[in-house]
Design a protein around this ligand. Sequence first.
Ligand code: ADP
Ligand code: GLC
Length: 462
Amino acid sequence: MTPVRVLLASAELAPVASVGGLAHAAAGLVRELRRHGVEVEAVLPDYGGVALEGERVLELEVPAWAAPGRARRGTHPDVGRLTLVSVPGMRRPHPYTDERGVGWPDNDARFLAFSAGVAALARTTPPDILHLNDWHAAAALAWVDEALATVLSIHNLAYQGQTGVEWLVRLGPRADAFAHDGSCNPLAGAIRLADAIAVVSPTYREEVLRPEGGAGLDGILRERERALVGIRNGIDVEVWNPATDPHLPAPFDADDLAGKELARIALLERMGLPDLHLPLGVGVTRLVHQKGFDLLLPLLEEPERLGLQLALLGAGDAWLVRAFREASAAQPRFVAFVEGYDEALSHLLFGGGDLLLMPSRFEPCGLAQMQAMRYGTLPVVTDVGGLHDTVVDLDEDPERGTGWRARAADTPSIAAALERAVRGWRSPAIRVPAQQRGMRADWSWSEPAAAYHDLYRRLVGR
Ligand code: ADP
Ligand code: GLC
């Protein structure tokens, strides 16, 4: 069988450009698809500072406003075959935001130009499948030929890239599809035009079809219901492996958790938390509304009552950063906060934590809960999206449970789940089997990539 050739465009791809889960999801999928024999070329905006081996410069035909119309194609030591599209104004310290966490005012121009570049690339070297991730690449569909098979992956419906209608005249021949609710909406256009739409978990698929979860696009998603699939993300089980993780003081696995205790001690010390006996909740997160960490703030006023200490690593909205800084200053024995994006520290948090807190208001898939389970850190989550699909509540199903699910994304429900979690964690007869189930489960990309591969083959065979 001739291999399927895929051009996969994204604004993030670990480790070249990482902000959140999109980077890891895209990287993990690309790697695993290649293992399945799919020929994948990844395409990113050229944020600068990335060297490629065997680099070749490609001239691309893009609209004048999106110039310079150039891309570098070559091989990256970590991600393999990679093309970086030159885009005006792309070379900044952060892909999306300034140092206060506020979006760059010209994000529309930047990513619509990137999308134009992706479409031009698909014209010069047509793949079998053009796979676009999120709104940043979605508008490519305005330019590409209808005959090309296309997939849109939606990692997060909350980010649609809406901008002024004046942009519609600058998009390609299929620009009309991008008019939505009085604006130019890259994600909406791509939902209308893509041959298949993948969202990142089965439960999120159900949620986005309803007004409460559709972020204003549920109507057009319902129209495309037959083209809509929900494929859960995986994690890179080589990067996330407590048996080989260089960021941990000692290796451990499901059969021997002794090393986890050492990671826990190292983490407490690193975070300046003094109590060895109190369960340690950890968070590794973007600090934005979606993630619901603000819902924990009232509980941190009286942490003794929770019976829990918290170590949090996060970056994002200024007000949340300030609130956690203040919480940590007010309760230094219970709350530790490190601001920033720190991959190495995140490994120690997953390795040394007892409970992972993920009180998301919505969660398309979520990777952190899978990373946590892989390290025997029991997740305490809300019952939404991919969290519903990956975490089984120990009180509902003691035989299969892997964590705890709060019934709703509000402070009292989260407090109730945390109370159950602290109780369960304190009982080794409950804790250890749950840790082992989470650690032994298959969170790899193997199954999800097979599902994408099937999807590609169905589209190519059409
Ligand atoms: P989202 O993509 O919505 O931010 P996910 O759980 O899908 O949420 O993915 C987030 C990914 O980014 C995880 O791999 C997590 O470990 C990582 N991450 C998030 N915030 C940080 C941070 N402050 N430092 C290091 N890694 C982080
Ligand atoms: C988004 C979602 C997250 C998902 C990630 C990767 O950032 O918020 O739930 O895991 O994309 O698909």
